[in-house]
Design a protein around this ligand. Structure first.
Ligand SMILES: Nc1nc2c(ncn2[C@@H]2O[C@H](COP(=O)(O)OP(=O)(O)OP(=O)(O)O)[C@@H](O)[C@H]2O)c(=O)[nH]1
Ligand SMILES: [Mg+2]
Length: 242
């Protein structure tokens, strides 16, 4: 398993997309959420990853940012020692993630203990004192909670509330991730494109966030925010405009 995972990781490193890993207690709804988040976004490019590893999918966020989403095996309490090695292998995925989504079943009576168990595993994985500020708590199964309580579920603190089954809250979760990653990953670049090159302009607007535009006689001068990978693609396609 370690070897296979390492192969997948190496393949993925060649595609510089941010990695988002779903972690959580068993039965929390990780795979259901994984399917919901990837369902509408499955594209032909996914096939490479899908054949290598069905638990990795590409997702395009609302801003156009491409990310990889990784499902992982669920955590359980008191894992038998002989399983820990195999378990760790799948969790190594988690170490390389840019964002961790801690999926919780907030309708479960043991939800608090489950959270503590998951956090203990993460701490042992990352090492004591490691910062987990790239972790987002996702409170799942709000539909069950709301049916049981007859109230709308409001998550405490910075947590996001979703129902992977009904899709409630999923769009808000995606745009939250989008904002976090955009702030972290986008750099500002100056670019100048001739007015007649509609293709280059369209590419820029589709792949970047245009901050300023000043139209000169022949050229439109932009400052735009792009991921470094997309900037490299722009330079490759339109070398004369940078
Ligand atoms: N009502 C409801 N059920 C859900 C929701 N999300 C998941 N489930 C159900 O919870 C059960 C477990 O879901 P999975 O997605 O398999 O959970 P998991 O976290 O991937 O579990 P492991 O792979 O064992 O770690 C399934 O029966 C799902 O249909 C939800 O938002 N609402
Ligand atoms: Mg699962």
């Amino acid at each position: 398993m370690v070897r296979t995972r390492e192969l997948h990781r190496r393949t993925r490193r060649e595609v510089p997309y941010p990695l988002i890993a779903l972690v959580g207690y068993t039965n929390a709804g990780k795979s259901t959420l994984f399917n919901r988040l990837t369902h509408a976004h499955v594209m032909a490019e996914n096939m490479l990853f899908a054949t290598l590893d069905p638990t990795i999918r590409q997702v395009t966020l609302p801003s156009g940012l491409h990310v990889l989403l990784s499902d992982t095996v669920g955590f359980i309490s008191n894992l038998p020692t002989e399983l820990i090695a195999a378990f760790r292998a799948t969790l190594e995925e988690v170490l390389g993630a840019d964002i961790l989504l801690h999926v919780r079943d907030i309708a479960h009576e043991d939800t608090t203990a489950q959270k503590a168990d998951v956090e203990q595993v993460l701490t042992s994985l990352f090492g004591k004192g490691a910062s987990l500020d790239h972790l987002i708590e996702v409170h799942n199964k709000t539909d069950l909670w709301e049916n049981a309580h007859g109230l709308r579920y409001h998550p405490p603190g910075n947590a996001m509330a979703v129902s992977a089954v009904t899709g409630d809250g999923v769009a808000a979760l995606l745009s939250h991730i989008d904002h976090l990653l955009s702030d972290r990953l986008l750099n500002e670049y100056p670019l100048s494109i001739p007015h007649h090159d509609g293709r280059a302009m369209a590419w820029l607007y589709a792949h970047g966030q245009v901050l300023t535009r000043r139209d000169g006689e022949e050229l439109a001068h932009f400052t735009a925010r792009l991921t470094p990978a997309n900037h490299a693609r722009f330079v490759q396609q339109f070398p004369e405009y940078t």
